[in-house]
Design a protein around this ligand. Structure first.
Ligand code: PGA
Length: 215
């Protein structure tokens, strides 16, 4: 497999023992793992070369009286290099609007985190609202809602067509996400516009991730 990025998103899953099982692959060059917050420093202690993404960050900066929140600055200090912002699950279950996502993107940039910014079929509106006043390069992840966790993937022609339209709006690296696994990953990584994949469910299975990294 080429050196396109493979980002595993564990969402609200995983455990200390699962992370231990993954220790041998944590420092693979093109692998980034998006962990639940408490596992971030833990993963660093298992393997200091691991590349970690946080799955979200606060709309507030630095430190302060915001019970339950974790800022982008803290995530940077704890060992994250990337942060996912605007995932469709955040938009759906936590009502994240454009102005919330915009604040998170700006905070993450100030904290010098690299951003993995997710859009869905509605990417035109999302980009317009979420990225107002942002002029830095960010990694985009195109994740059609119909493909997340469903096992139903769009055709490679569809992904090529949509990612071409996204690139016309925002010329940057684009990932594809939605039901990627070791059997279909090469189809998506074979698309010219696609610089990597964001993998949810399959990223919790060590054998799946190994074959995605070594194929
Ligand atoms: P999935 O999730 O691979 O389980 O479809 C992808 C994602 O939501 O990032």
């Amino acid at each position: 497999m080429s050196k396109k990025l493979i980002i595993g998103n564990w969402k609200m899953n995983g455990s200390i023992s699962l992370l231990h099982d993954f220790s041998e692959i944590l420092d693979k060059e093109n692998f980034i793992i998006a962990l639940p917050y408490p596992l971030i420093p833990f993963a660093k202690s298992i393997n200091p070369n691991v590349k970690i993404a946080a799955q979200d960050c606060s709309i507030f900066r630095g430190k302060g009286a915001y019970t339950g929140e974790i800022s982008a600055d803290m995530l940077k200090e704890f060992g994250a290099e990337y942060v996912i912002v605007g995932h469709s699950e955040r938009r759906e279950f936590f009502n994240e609007s454009g102005s919330i996502i915009n604040k998170k993107v700006k905070n993450a940039l100030l904290a010098e985190l690299k951003i993995i910014y997710c859009v869905s079929e509605n990417f035109e509106n999302q980009i317009k609202n979420d990225l107002e006043g942002v002029d830095t390069n960010i990694i985009m992840a195109y994740e059609p809602i119909s493909a997340i966790g469903t096992g139903i993937t769009p055709s490679t022609d569809d992904v090529f067509a949509v990612t071409t339209r996204i690139k016309n709006l925002w010329d940057t690296k684009i990932l594809y996400g939605g039901s990627v696994n070791s059997s279909n990953i090469s189809d998506f990584l074979g698309i010219e516009n696609v610089n990597g994949v964001l993998v949810g469910g399959a990223s919790l299975k060590l054998d799946e991730v190994k074959s995605m990294l070594w194929d």
